[in-house]
Design a protein around this ligand. Structure first.
Ligand code: 5AD
Ligand code: FES
Length: 348
């Protein structure tokens, strides 16, 4: 008990732990509350009480990949595929701005019909609206990442999923772990704010691997880290796998805040799919970002990474009002700025 609290206090003060210390806290159920309390204080101290809302536009569910857990995998014939037009995407961004979002996240499967020139045109039109733009369209060449950046993209989300190369290549067949690391470093070099993260609960993943994930996020100085538990999808080869451990994921969020105090850390949709009001719990455990969906109509349901996705019957206006109310009820507030990554402690 005392040793555990000493470790947590030291992490909250120095933002340093070694792999075995991280692993001991990750696997300790009884550490969860104290970890969350310490992470909540560090979150307050470094990034404040503002919660940044990012409007998520799921613009295509067409994907060339075969990830064994993901409903968008190209081998899945059970979902209806769709692709929004550039005009439709720009219109959703304009509506997102109308709801008071300051960032839009353009997310899709790895859909190569969205060539660099097409995506650059979309990015330029959205940047003209004074919105921050986050891209999440998977692995592309250095030249394409450079073109997106020059068109105005500010941030890029590309989860590493796991830093264990063998585990990654087992569950993302056809993909190269070295290539994924290279993409992440390319994005950093190009001056993006880079988001990475872990899929918690991949079969064969160990707490030691998750500890190494956290150390790698520290090492690359990740600007954003998004993590969520595996939610088995019956239309995929991992449909009968055990779900990821929600509590382990929560402890990982808290450890991330202690060790990357300046990072933007979302309370992810998957955390709320597993536990009602899960996003509030995570916002009180170190997180400071939420990504409400601004996709409209039936496209929400069709963008089915995993079953049980929340808000499929809600409108963008519903989600914006819902999250605003919930954030205020927690004694926090919806941040009014674009929410770029912090450097150093918050000015008082
Ligand atoms: N359960 C939870 N998260 C998933 N993702 C994909 N499929 C699943 C699933 N079945 C996550 C991956 C990916 C992100 C967009 O969604 O981590 O990076
Ligand atoms: Fe969608 Fe609550 S966030 S309805």
């Amino acid at each position: 008990g005392e040793y555990r609290q000493d470790l947590i206090d030291r992490a909250a003060r120095d933002h340093v732990l070694n792999a075995s210390e991280i692993e001991s806290l990750l696997t300790d159920d009884e550490a969860e509350k104290a970890l969350a309390a310490a992470a909540d204080r560090v979150r307050q101290e470094f990034v404040g009480d503002g919660v940044h809302l990012r409007g998520l536009i799921e613009f295509s569910n067409i994907c060339r990949c075969h990830c064994m857990y993901c409903g968008l995998r190209c081998d899945n014939s059970k979902i209806e595929r769709y692709r929004l037009s550039p005009d439709e995407i720009v219109e959703l961004a304009d509506k997102a701005r109308g709801y008071g979002y300051h960032t839009v996240v353009l997310q899709s499967g790895e859909d190569l019909q969205f060539t660099a020139p097409v995506l650059c045109g979309i990015i330029r039109r959205i940047k003209a609206m004074d919105l921050a733009v986050t891209l999440s369209v998977g692995e592309r060449s250095y030249e394409e990442y450079q073109a997106f950046r020059e068109a105005g993209a500010d941030r890029y989300l590309l989860r590493i999923e796991t830093t264990d190369a063998a585990l990654y290549e087992r569950w993302d067949p056809g993909m190269s772990h070295a290539r994924r690391i290279q993409c992440t470093l390319d994005l950093k070099k190009l001056g993006y704010e880079v988001g990475t993260g872990t899929l918690v609960g991949l079969p064969g993943q160990t707490p030691a691997m998750i500890a190494r994930d956290i150390l790698w996020y520290q090492q690359i100085d990740a600007d954003m880290v998004g993590i969520g538990p595996l939610i088995p999808n019956g239309d995929t080869p991992l449909g009968k796998a055990a779900p990821g451990d929600w509590h382990l994921t929560r402890r990982m969020v808290s450890l991330l805040r202690l060790l990357l105090p300046e990072a933007n850390i979302p309370a992810t949709t998957a955390m709320e799919t597993m536990v009602p009001h899960g996003r509030e719990v995570i916002l009180n455990s170190g997180a400071n970002v939420v990504m409400p969906n601004v996709t409209e109509g039936d496209f929400r349901r069709k963008y089915a990474l995993y079953p049980g996705k929340i808000c499929v019957a809600d409108t963008p206006a519903d989600c914006r009002a819902c999250m605003g109310g919930r954030i205020r009820a927690m004694g926090r507030f919806v941040a009014a700025d674009k929410g770029f990554r912090h450097h150093g402690r918050r000015r008082q």
